[in-house]
Design a binder for this molecule. Structure first.
Ligand code: DMJ
Length: 465
């Protein structure tokens, strides 16, 4: 926090005549920043592109053909007994967006020739949908490569048994070869963050089954909301009963809200809009709160609305972007200022932060994209070039603390800045993509043309057949 306050005062003093400086209130958040001009933005876009290439090259050199790179040990890591090419599939559309055509071609050839879903492995349904199904569909829409669509359809078919529960809520895992589904301890994010991908698969193949199953899971989640309109954090897939009733917008719930809004945007599905409206009203009323003069989002009980916690964190930081995207720019700006203050407190954001006590409560940073995502939405939707300057602060810190010889490393502890041997595929799918989009010319991605899934894969609108 000290660093933030010192920075804010320095900046305010630099731009005010001495006589009025003493009387002026310190400006905070985005108001403390100067707008970035287009020439500086172009330099930043080139820098982000260069750093992305550094991370991609690390994967290419030390982990080619595997799911992910271990950036400290310079070795590969696979999620299961067999690689599912998580990083190449997740990174493909970022390579294309940034104009790395040779690398994209090489990644596509690897996927086309080596990726097979005929594997006796129990995979996490949600993760495979957002990263692999989303990545394949977006890659197909960008390249027209029919093999990517064929892989997406094969994967979709193998995953469908996940929905065969008594409630229609999906099981957590599914075996890609046998279709055996397992895992009943699930949550709104895992059940409700499927329709953009399955729905796009239906639109592209003409087979409505994918849309129907994923939509039912979203509706079944919504149906279980409390009288106040809030959802909890965990439920049992077989019974549909809540097993944890804490409500918030962070881990295990976050992208459920994201997809209510985005499925309306992508498919024009009025049911999604009808579910979004009371849901966001309940979040505004019960979950968001003013503390120390700033807007934050914490925890309440879904049934009573009684406040149970004041924790915000790296995952919650997607919410300002969603607020802005859905039209509530005022609240979006205030919450983004809070995300930025949380980041500035240690020069990198922690996984969880108690905003009432101003204390880090979970110190790791797995290179998450959400704060960058929100910075980009706010810039794109308001045109306020100070958000580009905010993004530059984030990027410089990100490079300073997380860059390694071979790529980018997560942090075990944002206070001690101790690195961890982990570079998730979402770093290449999302974190670098949002940084790049923030500084690149807006025409790089037309928000009227696409909706980004929760893993930042841009999906194009397609009319139903
Ligand atoms: C990503 O896989 C997705 O953004 C998901 O919705 C949340 N977690 C990670 C990034 O933090």
């Amino acid at each position: 926090m000290k660093r933030l306050l010192a920075g804010l005062f320095a900046c305010a003093l630099a731009t005010l005549p001495i006589a009025s400086a003493a009387a002026a209130a310190p400006r905070e958040g985005v108001a403390s920043l100067q707008p970035m001009d287009d020439a500086e933005a172009a330099r930043m876009a080139a820098r982000v592109r260069g750093e992305f290439l550094h991370a991609w090259t690390g994967y290419r050199t030390y982990a080619w053909g595997h799911d992910a790179l271990l950036p400290l040990s310079k070795a590969p890591r696979d999620w299961y007994a067999r690689s599912l090419l998580m990083t190449p599939v997740d990174a493909l559309d970022t390579l294309l967006l940034m104009g790395f055509d040779d690398q994209a071609k090489e990644a596509r050839e690897l996927i086309d020739t080596k990726l097979s879903f005929d594997a006796d492995v129990d995979v996490k349904h949600f993760e495979v949908v957002i990263r692999l199904l989303g990545g394949l569909l977006s890659g197909y829409q960008r390249t027209g490569d029919p093999r990517l669509l064929a892989l997406a359809q094969d994967l979709g078919n193998r995953l469908l048994p996940a929905f065969d529960s008594p409630t229609g809520l999906p099981y957590v895992n599914v075996n890609l070869r046998s279709g055996r589904a397992s895992g009943t301890d699930s949550n709104p994010a895992e059940a409700g963050t499927l329709l953009l991908e399955y729905g796009t698969l239906s639109r592209l193949t003409g087979n409505p089954v994918y849309y129907a199953k994923a939509k039912r899971a979203l509706v079944e989640t919504y149906r279980r909301r409390s009288k106040l309109g809030l959802v909890g954090e965990r439920f049992d897939v077989d019974t549909g009963g809540w097993t944890r009733t804490t409500s918030h917008v962070g881990a295990r719930i976050d992208s459920y809200y994201e997809y209510l809004w985005k499925c309306w945007r992508l498919f024009g599905d009025r049911d999604c809009l009808a579910m979004w409206k009371p849901s966001i009203a309940a979040v505004d009323r019960y979950v968001l709160e003013d503390v120390h003069g700033a807007l934050w989002s914490g925890q309440v009980d879904m049934a009573t609305g009684v406040r149970t916690g004041h924790e915000y964190g790296a995952l919650d930081a997607f919410f300002p972007g969603l607020l802005a995207y859905s039209g509530d720019v005022q609240r979006a700006r205030r919450l983004q200022d809070s995300s930025f203050a949380m980041w500035q407190a240690n020069g990198i954001e922690p996984e969880a932060y108690d905003y009432a006590k101003r204390d880090v409560t979970a110190a790791e940073y797995p290179l998450r994209p959400e704060i960058v995502e929100s910075t980009w939405y706010l810039y794109r939707l308001t045109g306020d070039a100070r958000y580009r300057t905010m993004g530059k602060v984030l990027f410089e810190d990100f490079v300073r603390y997380c860059r390694t010889d071979a790529g980018y490393a997560a942090l075990k502890d944002v206070v001690a800045k101790q690195q961890a041997d982990d570079m998730e595929s979402f770093v290449l799918a999302e974190t670098f993509k949002y940084f790049y989009l923030l500084f690149a010319p807006p025409a790089t991605l037309d928000l009227d043309d696409v909706v980004l899934n929760t893993e930042a894969h841009p999906l194009r609108r397609i009319e139903p057949r």
